[in-house]
Structures are given as structure tokens and as C-alpha cells.
Design a protein around this ligand. Structure first.
Ligand SMILES: Nc1ncnc2c1ncn2[C@@H]1O[C@H](COP(=O)(O)OP(=O)(O)OP(=O)(O)O)[C@@H](O)[C@H]1O
Length: 252
């Protein structure tokens, strides 16, 4: 059972929830179970996962292919509802929220980075970020300037007017990082952010993502298969056979 501390002075207020039990825990999952059913067959992917990630921590989630990492991330983000178990983000039990409230919570407090970038192909790098800021209800008059600042932070000021098709993989992922951090989310979730990149570019991208996240005091949870980036994490959690552990049984 995870205990939440009371509101700390440095915590930023949530824009739409009346009160929050803020504390040092950003992500708390208790006894998460997930069963996928198809016809008569069923597969139990998560068999009672407990996970706590502290605010400001950078955590890697590793495990063999098919072990349920993306499923767990989707549950932690409130995209998938678990078969059983509870998830609290920033002190709010998202598993007990309506779908609409979960969506709103995600929009205001979470950022996402994906393996395949997920940029809008018809929008320039700057427009991709501006759209994210609009969706997050960022003040209209400040959107263009904020997008410019973010693009400078990821060293892409000179390609801000290019479409994704005219950017390299590393550049696309840097746009995606700028977009994910645009609304200053308290939690950033990344699913295989280096998978489509060569190792040098992948490492540079993750280092940049983590530096920016640390600057913003953002909690980061990264799914990865990439052993070359393990040193950037504060802690690593391994998922295997539906359970998590602090050390892997494979490769040891
Ligand atoms: N919607 C679904 N319906 C049925 N089975 C699913 C569904 N989503 C995932 N699964 C199954 O759950 C298991 C875990 O999938 P998941 O994508 O979470 O694993 P993963 O660890 O992220 O894998 P990878 O590292 O290959 O991306 C797999 O056996 C997958 O086939």
C-alpha cells in the first residue's frame, strides 16, 4: 500500500483538480493485473505489478519482447484500464476517474515520446509543437515564442519550418521531445525512444530528453531494450513473466 504525503510548497497546483495529495511519489501502481481475452483463450500479461516512481526520478523499464512493458505503460498512463489494481499519478487515482477526466489529466500532466515519433506529417516542426501547446490550452499569445524556445533547446531552430519528411530520425525525435515537454508535464513517458535511431543518435536524444526533463523537474519513465542507455537512469525496473524485479533473470 503506497502512502502519499501532504502538499509540498514547491509543488505546482493542478490546473483543474480542486485538491491533490501531493508527495514525493509521481507514479504509484498497486497489484496491477492485465488479462487479454480473445474468444475462448486468454493471456495474463501482468500478474500483480507494484511500482513506485518518485517525483523527479528517471526510471527505465526493461524486459524481454512481449513481457508487457507497453501494456504496463498504457495502464500507468490511463490509456488502458487494468483487469485489477490501482494507479495513482501525482496523488490522483486515475483508475477511478472517468474516461473524460483521465484524458484531461493526461493532456495537462503527461508527455509522451514514441519509437516512431508520431509527428503530424503535414505540419512543420514548429507547427507540431504549436498544436500541442494549443491542445494544452497554453496562452495563445505565447505559443509561437514557446515553440521557438523549445526548438532552440533541442537545437533545431534552423529547421523549424521543415516538414517531418525533411528531417533526420534524430531531428524528428528531438521535435517529438520538444513537443512532449512543451506544456511542462510533470510526468514524461517514453516507449522505445531510441529504437528507430542509430546508437550514437539514440544516446544523444535520450541524454537531451533527460536533461530537459531534469531541468523541468519532470519524472521520466522510459521503456527500452537498449542496454547502452542504462547509465542515464536513476533506477531500472525489469518486467518478466508478468512480474517486476530489480534485477533481470536473463543475461545474468
Ligand atoms: N490488445 C491486445 N489484445 C490481446 N493481446 C495483447 C494486446 N496487447 C498486447 N497483447 C499481448 O500482451 C503481451 C505483451 O505485449 P506488450 O506489447 O505489452 O509487450 P512488450 O513488452 O511491450 O513487447 P515489445 O518489447 O516487443 O514491444 C503480448 O503477448 C501481446 O501479444
Amino acid at each position: 500500500m503506497v502512502e502519499f504525503c501532504s502538499v509540498s510548497e514547491s509543488s505546482r497546483p493542478l490546473p483543474w483538480l480542486p485538491s491533490a495529495e501531493w508527495g514525493p511519489v509521481a507514479i504509484a501502481a498497486t497489484d496491477i493485473q492485465m488479462v487479454f481475452r480473445s474468444g475462448l483463450s486468454q493471456v495474463k500479461v501482468l500478474k500483480g505489478v507494484d511500482l513506485t516512481v518518485n517525483q523527479g526520478e528517471i526510471r527505465l523499464l526493461m524486459g524481454p519482447s512481449g513481457s508487457g512493458k507497453t501494456t504496463l505503460l498504457s495502464i500507468l498512463a490511463g490509456i488502458l484500464t487494468p483487469t485489477a489494481g490501482q494507479v495513482a499519478l501525482l496523488g490522483h487515482k486515475i483508475t477511478q476517474m472517468s474516461r473524460q477526466d483521465r484524458t484531461r489529466f493526461r493532456r495537462h500532466h503527461l508527455g509522451f515520446v514514441f519509437q516512431d515519433f508520431n509527428l503530424f506529417p503535414a505540419l512543420t516542426a514548429a507547427e507540431n509543437i504549436e498544436l500541442a501547446l494549443k491542445i494544452k490550452d497554453y496562452p495563445k499569445s505565447a505559443i509561437a515564442a514557446r515553440a521557438r524556445t523549445l526548438l532552440s533547446q533541442v537545437d533545431l531552430a534552423d529547421v523549424s519550418q521543415r516538414l517531418p519528411q525533411d528531417l533526420s530520425g534524430g531531428q524528428k525525435q528531438r521535435v517529438a521531445i520538444a513537443r512532449a515537454l512543451a506544456g511542462e508535464p510533470q510526468i514524461l513517458m517514453a516507449d522505445e525512444p531510441t529504437a528507430a535511431l542509430d546508437s550514437k543518435t539514440g544516446r544523444a536524444v535520450v541524454e537531451l530528453m533527460n536533461a530537459l526533463a531534469r531541468e523541468q523537474g519532470c519524472t521520466v519513465l522510459i521503456i527500452t531494450h537498449d542496454p547502452r542507455i542504462t547509465d542515464i537512469a536513476d533506477r531500472i525496473t525489469y518486467l518478466e513473466d508478468g512480474h517486476i524485479s530489480e534485477s533481470p533473470s536473463w543475461g545474468s
